[in-house]
Design a protein around this ligand. Structure first.
Ligand SMILES: [Zn+2]
Length: 261
Protein backbone atom coordinates (compact mmCIF):
# COMPACT_ATOMS: atom_id res chain seq x y z
CA UNK A 1 0.00 0.00 0.00
CA UNK A 2 1.45 3.36 -1.05
CA UNK A 3 1.99 6.11 1.51
CA UNK A 4 -0.40 8.30 -0.48
CA UNK A 5 -3.21 5.79 0.00
CA UNK A 6 -2.41 5.51 3.71
CA UNK A 7 -2.42 9.31 4.11
CA UNK A 8 -5.80 9.64 2.35
CA UNK A 9 -7.06 6.79 4.52
CA UNK A 10 -6.11 8.71 7.65
CA UNK A 11 -7.74 11.88 6.27
CA UNK A 12 -10.90 9.87 5.54
CA UNK A 13 -10.96 8.58 9.14
CA UNK A 14 -10.55 12.14 10.49
CA UNK A 15 -13.38 13.24 8.20
CA UNK A 16 -15.42 10.34 9.61
CA UNK A 17 -14.79 11.51 13.19
CA UNK A 18 -16.09 14.99 12.29
CA UNK A 19 -19.12 13.58 10.45
CA UNK A 20 -19.74 11.38 13.52
CA UNK A 21 -19.89 14.54 15.61
CA UNK A 22 -22.57 15.84 13.22
CA UNK A 23 -24.43 12.49 13.31
CA UNK A 24 -24.74 12.91 17.08
CA UNK A 25 -26.76 16.06 16.38
CA UNK A 26 -28.81 14.29 13.67
CA UNK A 27 -29.57 11.33 15.98
CA UNK A 28 -30.70 13.63 18.82
CA UNK A 29 -32.75 16.08 16.79
CA UNK A 30 -34.19 14.25 13.77
CA UNK A 31 -36.67 12.06 15.69
CA UNK A 32 -37.98 15.20 17.45
CA UNK A 33 -38.34 17.05 14.16
CA UNK A 34 -35.88 19.74 15.29
CA UNK A 35 -33.59 21.66 12.96
CA UNK A 36 -30.11 20.18 12.69
CA UNK A 37 -28.57 23.59 12.00
CA UNK A 38 -30.11 25.93 14.63
CA UNK A 39 -29.46 26.32 17.48
CA UNK A 40 -25.78 25.38 17.38
CA UNK A 41 -24.50 22.54 19.60
CA UNK A 42 -25.32 23.10 23.25
CA UNK A 43 -25.15 21.21 26.53
CA UNK A 44 -28.37 19.15 26.83
CA UNK A 45 -28.68 20.09 30.54
CA UNK A 46 -27.62 23.73 30.99
CA UNK A 47 -28.09 24.73 27.30
CA UNK A 48 -24.69 26.42 27.35
CA UNK A 49 -23.46 26.71 23.72
CA UNK A 50 -20.50 24.42 23.09
CA UNK A 51 -17.47 26.36 21.85
CA UNK A 52 -15.63 25.10 18.74
CA UNK A 53 -12.55 24.19 20.81
CA UNK A 54 -14.74 22.01 23.05
CA UNK A 55 -16.27 20.31 20.02
CA UNK A 56 -13.25 18.39 18.68
CA UNK A 57 -14.35 14.79 18.09
CA UNK A 58 -13.27 12.38 20.88
CA UNK A 59 -10.41 14.64 22.09
CA UNK A 60 -12.71 17.21 23.72
CA UNK A 61 -14.63 14.49 25.52
CA UNK A 62 -11.36 13.08 26.91
CA UNK A 63 -9.94 16.51 27.87
CA UNK A 64 -13.21 17.50 29.61
CA UNK A 65 -13.31 14.03 31.25
CA UNK A 66 -16.81 13.52 29.84
CA UNK A 67 -18.29 16.56 31.61
CA UNK A 68 -19.83 19.85 30.46
CA UNK A 69 -17.37 22.74 30.96
CA UNK A 70 -20.11 24.97 32.40
CA UNK A 71 -22.40 22.81 34.57
CA UNK A 72 -20.20 19.71 35.07
CA UNK A 73 -23.02 17.36 34.06
CA UNK A 74 -22.01 14.09 32.40
CA UNK A 75 -21.78 13.98 28.62
CA UNK A 76 -22.89 10.45 27.67
CA UNK A 77 -20.20 8.06 26.43
CA UNK A 78 -22.42 7.61 23.37
CA UNK A 79 -21.09 10.85 21.84
CA UNK A 80 -17.40 9.88 21.51
CA UNK A 81 -18.40 6.27 20.68
CA UNK A 82 -20.50 7.40 17.70
CA UNK A 83 -17.67 9.68 16.55
CA UNK A 84 -15.13 6.87 16.77
CA UNK A 85 -17.33 4.26 15.07
CA UNK A 86 -18.23 6.66 12.24
CA UNK A 87 -14.51 7.28 11.69
CA UNK A 88 -13.92 3.53 11.59
CA UNK A 89 -16.83 2.90 9.20
CA UNK A 90 -15.54 5.58 6.83
CA UNK A 91 -12.06 4.06 6.97
CA UNK A 92 -13.35 0.53 6.33
CA UNK A 93 -15.46 1.69 3.38
CA UNK A 94 -12.53 3.62 1.95
CA UNK A 95 -10.13 0.68 1.98
CA UNK A 96 -12.85 -1.76 0.90
CA UNK A 97 -13.85 0.17 -2.22
CA UNK A 98 -10.46 1.72 -3.00
CA UNK A 99 -10.07 -0.35 -6.18
CA UNK A 100 -13.50 0.66 -7.50
CA UNK A 101 -12.87 4.39 -7.52
CA UNK A 102 -11.76 6.40 -10.49
CA UNK A 103 -12.01 9.66 -8.52
CA UNK A 104 -12.11 10.65 -4.85
CA UNK A 105 -15.39 12.47 -5.56
CA UNK A 106 -17.05 9.05 -5.64
CA UNK A 107 -16.39 8.81 -1.91
CA UNK A 108 -18.96 11.53 -1.19
CA UNK A 109 -22.12 9.52 -2.06
CA UNK A 110 -20.61 6.46 -0.34
CA UNK A 111 -20.09 8.42 2.88
CA UNK A 112 -23.62 9.87 2.70
CA UNK A 113 -24.91 6.29 2.30
CA UNK A 114 -22.93 5.08 5.34
CA UNK A 115 -23.96 8.13 7.41
CA UNK A 116 -27.69 7.63 6.76
CA UNK A 117 -27.40 3.86 7.44
CA UNK A 118 -25.62 4.44 10.72
CA UNK A 119 -27.75 7.28 12.11
CA UNK A 120 -30.99 5.48 11.16
CA UNK A 121 -29.78 2.35 13.02
CA UNK A 122 -29.10 4.28 16.23
CA UNK A 123 -32.39 6.22 15.92
CA UNK A 124 -34.33 2.96 15.41
CA UNK A 125 -32.72 1.32 18.45
CA UNK A 126 -33.42 4.38 20.62
CA UNK A 127 -36.86 5.42 19.42
CA UNK A 128 -38.24 2.46 17.36
CA UNK A 129 -38.61 4.89 14.47
CA UNK A 130 -36.94 5.32 11.08
CA UNK A 131 -37.69 8.98 10.23
CA UNK A 132 -39.00 9.33 6.65
CA UNK A 133 -37.18 12.62 6.14
CA UNK A 134 -33.76 11.06 6.69
CA UNK A 135 -34.47 8.11 4.37
CA UNK A 136 -35.93 10.47 1.74
CA UNK A 137 -32.78 12.60 1.88
CA UNK A 138 -30.83 9.36 1.28
CA UNK A 139 -33.11 8.31 -1.62
CA UNK A 140 -32.74 11.73 -3.22
CA UNK A 141 -28.92 11.50 -2.98
CA UNK A 142 -28.90 7.88 -4.23
CA UNK A 143 -31.08 8.60 -7.27
CA UNK A 144 -29.10 11.72 -8.12
CA UNK A 145 -25.82 9.80 -7.84
CA UNK A 146 -27.29 6.99 -9.97
CA UNK A 147 -27.45 9.39 -12.94
CA UNK A 148 -23.64 9.43 -12.95
CA UNK A 149 -23.35 5.65 -12.81
CA UNK A 150 -23.32 3.21 -15.72
CA UNK A 151 -26.64 1.44 -15.20
CA UNK A 152 -28.61 4.30 -13.66
CA UNK A 153 -31.99 2.57 -14.22
CA UNK A 154 -30.88 -0.32 -11.96
CA UNK A 155 -30.90 2.01 -8.94
CA UNK A 156 -34.29 3.54 -9.83
CA UNK A 157 -35.74 0.06 -10.26
CA UNK A 158 -34.16 -1.14 -6.99
CA UNK A 159 -35.58 1.86 -5.14
CA UNK A 160 -39.14 0.94 -6.18
CA UNK A 161 -38.46 -2.80 -5.74
CA UNK A 162 -37.11 -2.34 -2.20
CA UNK A 163 -40.30 -0.56 -1.22
CA UNK A 164 -42.51 -3.15 -2.95
CA UNK A 165 -40.72 -6.24 -1.59
CA UNK A 166 -40.85 -4.96 2.00
CA UNK A 167 -44.50 -3.99 1.49
CA UNK A 168 -45.34 -7.53 0.36
CA UNK A 169 -43.41 -9.12 3.24
CA UNK A 170 -45.29 -6.76 5.55
CA UNK A 171 -48.65 -7.85 4.10
CA UNK A 172 -47.79 -11.55 4.48
CA UNK A 173 -46.61 -10.86 8.05
CA UNK A 174 -49.84 -9.02 8.81
CA UNK A 175 -51.88 -11.94 7.47
CA UNK A 176 -49.95 -14.47 9.60
CA UNK A 177 -49.56 -12.49 12.84
CA UNK A 178 -52.85 -10.53 12.57
CA UNK A 179 -51.03 -7.28 13.38
CA UNK A 180 -48.84 -4.70 11.66
CA UNK A 181 -45.58 -6.58 11.03
CA UNK A 182 -43.68 -3.87 9.19
CA UNK A 183 -43.61 -0.12 9.71
CA UNK A 184 -43.76 2.41 6.89
CA UNK A 185 -40.29 3.49 7.96
CA UNK A 186 -38.93 0.05 7.03
CA UNK A 187 -40.40 0.31 3.52
CA UNK A 188 -38.86 3.72 2.82
CA UNK A 189 -35.56 2.61 4.35
CA UNK A 190 -35.47 -0.40 1.98
CA UNK A 191 -36.17 1.96 -0.94
CA UNK A 192 -33.17 3.99 0.23
CA UNK A 193 -30.99 0.84 0.22
CA UNK A 194 -32.13 0.10 -3.34
CA UNK A 195 -31.35 3.61 -4.60
CA UNK A 196 -27.69 3.12 -3.66
CA UNK A 197 -27.19 -0.62 -4.11
CA UNK A 198 -29.04 -1.57 -7.29
CA UNK A 199 -31.38 -4.60 -7.52
CA UNK A 200 -28.88 -7.44 -6.99
CA UNK A 201 -27.15 -5.96 -3.94
CA UNK A 202 -30.43 -4.67 -2.48
CA UNK A 203 -31.95 -8.16 -2.56
CA UNK A 204 -28.73 -9.49 -0.96
CA UNK A 205 -28.99 -6.77 1.71
CA UNK A 206 -32.60 -7.75 2.52
CA UNK A 207 -31.61 -11.41 2.66
CA UNK A 208 -28.77 -10.63 5.13
CA UNK A 209 -31.12 -8.41 7.16
CA UNK A 210 -33.83 -11.06 7.56
CA UNK A 211 -31.34 -13.87 8.13
CA UNK A 212 -29.39 -12.06 10.88
CA UNK A 213 -32.50 -10.53 12.50
CA UNK A 214 -34.05 -14.02 12.54
CA UNK A 215 -31.05 -15.38 14.45
CA UNK A 216 -31.27 -12.45 16.89
CA UNK A 217 -35.02 -12.88 17.34
CA UNK A 218 -34.58 -16.58 18.18
CA UNK A 219 -31.78 -15.69 20.61
CA UNK A 220 -33.91 -13.03 22.36
CA UNK A 221 -36.94 -15.34 22.57
CA UNK A 222 -34.97 -18.35 23.87
CA UNK A 223 -33.02 -16.24 26.39
CA UNK A 224 -36.28 -14.64 27.56
CA UNK A 225 -34.93 -11.12 27.01
CA UNK A 226 -37.91 -10.37 24.79
CA UNK A 227 -41.41 -11.84 24.55
CA UNK A 228 -43.30 -12.90 21.42
CA UNK A 229 -45.31 -9.66 21.42
CA UNK A 230 -42.32 -7.30 21.81
CA UNK A 231 -41.35 -4.90 19.06
CA UNK A 232 -38.17 -5.82 17.29
CA UNK A 233 -36.40 -3.02 15.37
CA UNK A 234 -35.53 -4.06 11.81
CA UNK A 235 -33.61 -0.89 10.91
CA UNK A 236 -30.20 -1.90 12.31
CA UNK A 237 -30.39 -5.23 10.43
CA UNK A 238 -31.37 -3.54 7.17
CA UNK A 239 -28.42 -1.19 7.68
CA UNK A 240 -26.12 -4.17 8.36
CA UNK A 241 -27.34 -5.75 5.14
CA UNK A 242 -26.58 -2.48 3.35
CA UNK A 243 -23.04 -2.40 4.74
CA UNK A 244 -22.33 -6.05 3.97
CA UNK A 245 -24.09 -6.70 0.66
CA UNK A 246 -21.20 -5.65 -1.61
CA UNK A 247 -18.43 -7.49 0.34
CA UNK A 248 -20.79 -10.50 0.59
CA UNK A 249 -21.26 -10.50 -3.18
CA UNK A 250 -17.49 -10.18 -3.71
CA UNK A 251 -16.77 -13.13 -1.42
CA UNK A 252 -19.44 -15.35 -2.99
CA UNK A 253 -18.18 -14.39 -6.46
CA UNK A 254 -14.65 -15.34 -5.37
CA UNK A 255 -15.83 -18.70 -3.98
CA UNK A 256 -17.83 -19.37 -7.13
CA UNK A 257 -14.75 -18.75 -9.30
CA UNK A 258 -12.52 -20.77 -6.98
CA UNK A 259 -14.77 -23.85 -6.99
CA UNK A 260 -15.77 -23.30 -10.61
CA UNK A 261 -19.58 -23.34 -10.41
ZN1 LIG B 1 -23.92 21.88 30.83
Amino acid sequence: MGSEVLLSGILVIILGLCVGSFLNVVICRFPKGESIVFPSSHCPICKYPIKAYDNIPILSWIILKGKCRKCNCRIPLRYPVIELTTGMLFGIQYFLYLKNFSSNLELIPLFIFVSVLYSQSVIDIETQMLPFSLSLFGIFTGLLWALFRNTWWDYYLACAAGFAIMGMIGLVGKYIYKKEAMGGGDLVFAAFLGSFLGVKNMVTALFIAFFVSGIFAIFFLVSGMKGRKDEFPLGPFLALGGFLSQPFMNISEGLRKYFGF
